[in-house]
Design a protein. Structure first.
Length: 165
């Protein structure tokens, strides 16, 4: 199925709005696969702001947010991402915080990106990704599947952060 293009200069708003621009967002949001791919109305707004309208600072922030969300999603899609999707359950892994002093996971990173006030650039997200790798390697035995996933992530990161490899 091919849907008609969104009108130039569309401006996402709330789902209940009746303006022409809001209708375009609703159309975009209803395209099969958009929600399933993880897009939210806020993401559509950010993508729009990155491409047109708004102040330069707003556009730059929206562009960064869209870029960083895309990077987090790329990692989440990988087969080795499963141990990193949610925080370690310290009720089950009681000594985790004794060993890992600064835990991080993909859901925390995504929440920080969406909030928009944490990451000031790609390097900060890359640093958190590497911290996640290092935490996993620190806590787990090198023969464990968790450690192997950390190695997989570490090998993958240069493909999405070539500027830091």
């Amino acid at each position: 199925v091919v849907y008609p293009p969104l009108p130039r200069g569309w401006n996402p708003g709330d789902m209940e709005g009746t303006s022409r621009s809001n209708e375009a967002v609703v159309r975009a949001y209803r395209i099969p696969g958009v929600r399933e791919a993880g897009w939210t109305l806020a993401d559509l707004q950010a993508a729009h702001n990155a491409g047109s309208g708004g102040k330069d600072g707003d556009r730059a922030g929206a562009r960064l947010k869209s870029d960083l969300l895309g990077l987090v999603r790329r990692v989440e899609e990988q087969q080795f991402a499963w141990p990193f999707r949610e925080p370690v359950d310290t009720n089950e892994v009681r000594d985790y915080l004794d060993i890992v002093k600064d835990p991080i996971d993909l859901s925390t990173m995504e929440r920080r990106v969406r909030r928009g006030d944490w990451y000031k650039g790609r390097r900060m997200l890359f640093s958190d990704m590497m911290r996640m790798v290092n935490n996993c390697k620190l806590y787990n035995d090198s023969a464990s599947p968790y450690y192997e996933c950390a190695v997989g992530l570490e090998k993958f990161l240069p493909s999405i952060f070539p500027e830091f490899s």
